[in-house]
Design a protein around this ligand. Structure first.
Ligand code: ZN
Ligand code: ZN
Length: 203
């Protein structure tokens, strides 16, 4: 004959619903009794419904955003990754390792072939490098400076990676059309890459 299982005793705990102390009779018992069980379940359901409502609202808001919103998010994530990747390298235009701060920051992501002229290279890692804000921001405003900044950018890339890269960048490229979903994926991809890089560096 089997021995009757010894009745297990549980330590008193606080009811998740009413907060009163009670002694559970079952494993993982959260509430003191049936009354609180009903209330507790109701509250949990309401919480889930509220969460669901918030997610739906967020999704609807996102759907209403123009495509530019997703493009900007993806570009921001890409640019942040480039700045992180090139940490420790000098500015490819002026050669400075410690450039002065401009508008509160030192570094930008500078596209060798600008995104305006070559939008198909906006997410091309070989087309973007960490550039100091002074060199990146100077582009366009002062034509002469712009020219030198770009020329030295060019010769630095040739020095670092060889003329083939610059030839390829300056050559023709297929146009690219990104859907919202693709842009969201790009943003997530580069956020993850930046995070991983930062983690590696911290280790
Ligand atoms: Zn209770
Ligand atoms: Zn510079």
């Amino acid at each position: 004959m089997r021995k009757p299982a010894k009745a297990k005793t549980y330590k008193p705990k606080e009811c998740a619903q009413c907060g009163k102390t009670f002694t559970p009779t079952r494993h993982l018992q959260k509430v003191c009794g049936p009354r609180c069980a009903i209330d507790y379940q109701r509250a949990a359901k309401a919480l889930l419904a509220e969460r669901d409502r918030k997610t739906k609202l967020k999704m609807r808001k996102k759907e209403l955003q123009p495509r530019g919103y997703f493009l900007k998010k993806a570009q921001t994530a890409f640019n942040a990754f480039i700045r992180e990747r090139d940490e420790g390298k000098p500015c490819p235009s002026c050669g400075k390792y410690h450039p002065p701060k401009v508008f509160g920051g030192q570094w930008d992501c500078g596209h060798y072939m600008g995104v305006g002229a070559r939008p198909e290279l906006r997410f091309e890692e070989k087309n973007a490098y960490r550039q100091c804000k002074a060199c990146n921001g100077g582009a366009g405003r002062f034509a002469a400076k712009n020219k030198t900044v770009h020329e030295s950018y060019r010769s630095t890339l040739i020095e670092w990676y060889g003329p083939e890269l610059v030839d390829w960048l300056e050559g023709p490229h297929e146009a690219k059309h990104y859907s919202r979903e693709e842009l969201e994926k790009i943003a997530a991809h580069y956020r993850r890459k930046t995070r991983e890089l930062k983690k590696e560096r911290a280790a």
